[in-house]
Design a protein around this ligand. Structure first.
Ligand code: ADP
Ligand code: MG
Length: 275
């Protein structure tokens, strides 16, 4: 596939509303910026020459069929996966080689494709584990910053709409609410950038709508988000900008409706789903 000929015009500036603005040379560097990012596994080009920029307050969607490199892209941004080449910038700072444990302090939160909750800990303890920026364990162990942590945990649970379930264990709450706990964990750091990998996977329609409302409310609070999802109508309605990937490459980026109307995107993703 010839990348240059198939990519929809890529506006350099993607703000809320999907508007294209001025170039990075004349404005900010964005919250997140990837430049010619490549992640290769042997002969597999999981992410291939991917460049994009996410502006503050933007809900930036990443769409693509299974195996198109979405999770690998998030892994590279969160430094769990070392890029083969290319650069990643956070608030203009080159984080390409930053150790992953430094990212939370830089304001990056993420949720995983598969929820990773500790089954023997209740909801608030699960959130508290993540809230402890200094890696000191457990909710009830006093630390210098103990008060702050409890406040952080409650604030995160409230923001994620899971505060009522604080004393319940993961197996006592619905799958949809377990995903909310994951989101609360990510919010416990009070991130400036939240990365979500398929947060509505396995959910019913009502749960999807509720998560959609939650992400919209976080956007209204000014939180910049990168969302990987398969639910096309939800992505179109929710996202300010969509980046579509096929086989590791960006095939379109920009206004959600324009991106899903792109012929390559339809062929690779939407057409396949309708069969
Ligand atoms: P998506 O999240 O879009 O479904 P992934 O990022 O999980 O796609 O995978 C993209 C491609 O990279 C796939 O072909 C996958 O098999 C391959 N891949 C992902 N992680 C690894 C790995 N750790 N080792 C080898 N290949 C991998
Ligand atoms: Mg994935």
């Amino acid at each position: 596939m010839s990348q240059g000929s198939e990519i929809t015009a890529v506006p350099a500036f993607h703000g809320p509303g999907g508007t294209a603005g001025s170039t990075p040379e004349t404005t900010s560097m964005g919250v997140l910026r990837a430049v010619s990012l490549c992640i290769h596994f042997g002969g597999v080009k999981a992410v291939d020459q991917v460049s994009f920029q996410v502006e503050a307050g933007c809900l930036f969607g990443v769409l693509g069929p299974n195996g198109s490199g979405k999770s690998t892209l998030l892994a590279a941004i969160t430094r769990l996966q070392r890029p083969t080449s290319g650069r990643i910038y956070l608030h203009g700072e080159d984080i390409t080689k930053l150790p992953p444990n430094k990212l939370a302090r830089r304001g990056v939160g993420r949720t995983f494709q598969t929820p990773r909750l500790v089954p023997t800990m209740d909801v608030k303890a699960n959130v508290a584990l993540a809230a402890d920026r200094r890696s000191r364990p457990l909710w009830d162990r006093p630390t210098k910053s103990g008060k702050g942590r409890v406040d952080d945990v409650h604030a995160a649970m409230t923001r994620a709409g899971i505060a009522d379930a604080a004393d319940l264990f993961p197996e006592e709450i619905s799958y949809g609410n377990r995903r909310r706990v994951e989101i609360a964990r990510a919010l416990a750091h009070d991130p400036s950038l939240l990365l979500l990998d398929e947060p509505t996977a396995g959910m019913n329609r009502q749960e999807r709508d509720e998560i959609s409302e939650l992400l919209d409310s976080l956007r209204k609070q000014g939180l910049t988000q990168v969302l990987v999802e398969h639910d096309v109508p939800m992505m179109v309605e929710l996202c300010d900008v969509i980046l579509a990937m096929v086989q590791g490459q960006v095939v379109a980026v920009g206004n959600p409706k324009e991106v899903i109307a792109n012929e390559t995107v339809r062929k690779a993703y939407l057409g396949r789903k309708r069969k």
